[in-house]
Design a protein around this ligand. Structure first.
Ligand code: PMP
Length: 355
């Protein structure tokens, strides 16, 4: 705290990202990164952009990243006017809170959800009301039939991994024709149907995606939103009042290459899903309760072992997972699906610890 801090900064409670440890040789299952490297075509595209001496880096990138919008439009069968790009989906979400969720009424999101949402509310002065998940940690669409200034939820939800079927998403959209409904699909490629198929029918729907998870590009920082052109225009207005060049040259070409490599995408996401099922079975056999997951992580608790202590015991064995000291979920561990070998090591470590 200093006398130079603005009122806004004094009142902020910033988001705490998962740890990025400096130690090598850790089994890192704490921030839902993809265990596989990105498509080799991403590296080739980045190398080509560097073009020998890197002279192109002298020049600003295309502020609209048109080639990336075109690649997304091609891949998802939408128009480029329905696509907004950002420096990771976190930046896309930030602009959404300011541009489309700040109204008279409080916005709604689940009580257990991506912990960045209340942080954006604090930054932009957006009121919110959290809506409790059901006892089985599912979202009940009927709970979203109440006055609101907007709705946002991840699907699959984080950190639970639970998927809301598309028909239920549609119920929420239909019940709220005068609110923007934001579906944060960071993890949808690991087992869900995307609400992008509904964008043409609902002018209040905005779907957010990232290349951080299913495209193995968390380090490149690329996210996007798909929705009605009027919603996209609102986001462009904020972006062009904030940072005209959110995506750098390497990110733009790398993202295009990743989106165009369908074979790599399909193979790696299927491998992650298969490993998730193997891990779920192994932990269930050890007595863990594992929530059904459609994401690249699982959310699990053991009836006899305290989650914080399990996380600590895993760390002593050089395995890191995420534990949230929050109401209702403080007995759960969120475990990212790693490679088969990493998940095997995790499973053996838990077996020893809980024996
Ligand atoms: N939404 C959800 C639900 C997430 O878990 C994450 C990852 N922390 C993000 C968005 C942001 O991901 P990124 O900024 O890497 O696109």
């Amino acid at each position: 705290m200093s006398r130079f801090w603005s009122r806004v900064v004094r009142d902020l409670t910033p988001y705490v990202p998962g740890e990025q440890p400096k130690l090598a040789k850790l089994i890192k299952l704490n921030t839902n990164e993809n265990p596989f490297p990105p498509s080799p075509k991403v590296l080739a595209a980045i190398q080509a952009e560097l073009d020998g001496d890197g002279a192109r880096l002298r020049l600003y990138p295309d502020p609209n990243a048109d080639i990336l919008k075109a690649a997304i439009a091609r891949r998802l069968a939408v128009t480029t006017a329905e696509v907004f790009l950002g420096n990771g989906s976190d930046e896309v979400l930030a602009h959404i809170f300011m541009a489309l969720l700040k109204h008279e009424q409080p916005i709604l999101f689940p009580d257990i959800t991506y912990s960045f949402y209340p942080v954006y509310c604090g930054l932009y002065g957006v009121d919110y009301r959290s809506v409790p998940l059901a006892d089985d940690f599912s979202i009940n669409p009927a709970d979203y039939v109440q006055p609101n200034g907007g709705i946002i939820f991840p699907n699959p939800n984080a950190p639970t991994g639970r998927l809301l079927p598309l028909a239920a998403v549609e119920q929420i959209l239909q019940a709220n024709p005068d609110s923007v409904v934001v579906v944060d699909e960071a993890y949808v490629d690991f087992g869900g149907d995307s609400a992008i198929s509904l964008v043409d029918r609902y002018d209040n729907l905005l779907v957010v995606h990232t290349l951080s998870k299913s495209r193995s590009l968390a380090g490149l920082r690329v996210g996007f939103a798909v929705g009605h052109p009027a919603l996209i225009e609102a986001l462009e207005r904020v972006k062009n009042s904030f940072n005209s060049y959110p995506l750098d040259r390497l990110a733009i070409v790398g993202a295009v290459a990743a989106l165009d490599d369908t074979e790599h995408f399909e193979r790696t996401r299927r491998a992650v899903m298969a490993t998730r099922e193997t891990l779920t079975t192994a932990l269930t056999e050890q007595g863990f309760e594992v929530l059904p997951s459609a994401a690249n992580f699982i959310f699990a608790r053991h009836p006899q072992h305290d989650a914080a202590q399990l996380a600590l015991a895993l760390r002593e064995r050089s395995i890191i997972v995420r534990h949230f000291k929050l109401p209702r979920i403080d007995q759960f561990l969120r475990i990212t699906v790693g490679t088969d070998a990493e998940c095997q090591a995790l499973s053996e470590a838990l077996q020893q610890i809980t024996a």
